[in-house]
Design a protein. Structure first.
Length: 342
């Protein structure tokens, strides 16, 4: 490890970490561990909820494009969006950054994105680990892992036990591909014979910039909905898409009926489907296809929930409802087109 470079990085990120401080944070960077005071954060009878994740091969796109400022947001998003669907408020975050050779500017850009993600989620960046590992990684490459801890009051965990037939599914718009399916994305880019520095065929600057649009963080809007007593369940739509993630928050004997024509599919997905000759069924299994989060609310709460979410900056679509089923929870997707329209 280049000790001087490591020390310089610590000094560079200290103000970033301080910018994420929140009630309950104790101490600062540089210790052997980080402390957090749950009582000071306002919890009475808390249950801790934890999550860890990475960014997958989206990192390869960032490396090839030379754009490192937003993958840190993705890293935070993949962890904290998994916490909030369990009713938990993200409290603090730690990162692991491993590289072949520490490059101060590159690492600073990545960690700047992590700090921005923490600010969006309302959690504190309390520490992390930077590892220089020549022989394990090519000199210009790096890998990321994130770890987040949140808390919920014991009686406020999600999903609620009253999720059932008649409830309504609201889909919250994604900002693009988010952080899943990039092995297929990279194959489609290669097959299309284009480069990441070429103009994006679906808008958003260069193709690299468009594909690296950061994962949306839904924490503050969902917590607001939950604290109003309107949120019965929520599903973060990651790898596996709607069919793979929505059943994870539904009880047995319930089926989700989803209308594929009820939301606007962002143009990046139409381009991926057509350039890669990917069928809509497969698109929905690999990508979020425009819906990054699904929330379950009572039928009588749809208007209030929609207004609250839109007021928090979300784009909301009424995408379906829950029906009586049999056995394990299932998802039925209706009105699926033969191809995604441009």
């Amino acid at each position: 490890m280049d000790i001087d470079a490591g020390d310089a990085l610590v000094e560079a990120i200290k103000p970033m970490a301080r910018s994420t401080s929140r009630t309950g944070t104790m101490g600062g960077l540089g210790g052997f561990g980080a402390l957090f005071d749950l009582k000071a954060a306002g919890f009475t009878d808390p249950v801790l909820v934890s999550s860890t994740d990475g960014v997958g091969t989206k990192l390869r796109v960032a490396l090839d494009a030379g754009l490192h400022g937003t993958v840190g947001i993705d890293l935070v998003a993949m962890c904290v969006n998994d916490l909030v669907v369990q009713g938990a408020e993200p409290l603090f975050f730690l990162d692991y950054f491993a590289t072949g050779k520490l490059r101060l500017e590159q690492a600073r850009d990545v960690i700047s994105g992590i700090a921005e993600g923490c600010r969006q989620a309302g959690c504190a960046l309390v520490g992390g680990e930077t590892a220089e590992m020549p022989g394990m990684y090519a000199a210009e490459d790096y890998d990321l892992a994130g770890f987040s801890v949140g808390a919920a009051e014991r009686g406020a965990l999600l999903p609620r036990p009253d999720v059932g037939p008649g409830d309504v599914l609201l889909g919250l718009a994604s900002t693009g591909v988010h952080s899943n399916g990039f092995s297929l994305v990279r194959r489609v880019v290669e097959a299309a014979g284009t480069g990441l520095d070429a103009p994006s065929p679906f808008g958003g600057g260069t193709l690299g910039e468009a594909l690296l649009a950061p994962t949306r963080i839904y924490v503050k809007s969902l917590l607001a909905l939950h604290r109003k007593g309107l949120l019965k369940a929520a599903a973060h739509i990651t790898g596996g898409g709607l069919p793979g993630n929505l059943p994870r928050v539904l009880p047995e004997g319930v089926a989700a009926a989803v209308d594929a024509g009820a939301w606007t599919v962002p143009p990046v997905f139409a381009w991926l489907a057509q350039a890669g000759n990917v069928a809509p069924e497969e698109m929905l299994r690999v990508f979020n296809c425009g819906i990054g989060m699904v929330v379950v609310v009572a039928a009588g709460a749809v208007a209030e929930a929609t207004a609250l979410l839109e007021g928090a900056g979300e784009t909301v679509f009424r995408i379906g409802s829950l029906e009586a089923g049999s056995g394990e929870a299932q998802v039925r997707i209706d009105n699926l087109p033969e191809t995604w329209p441009r």
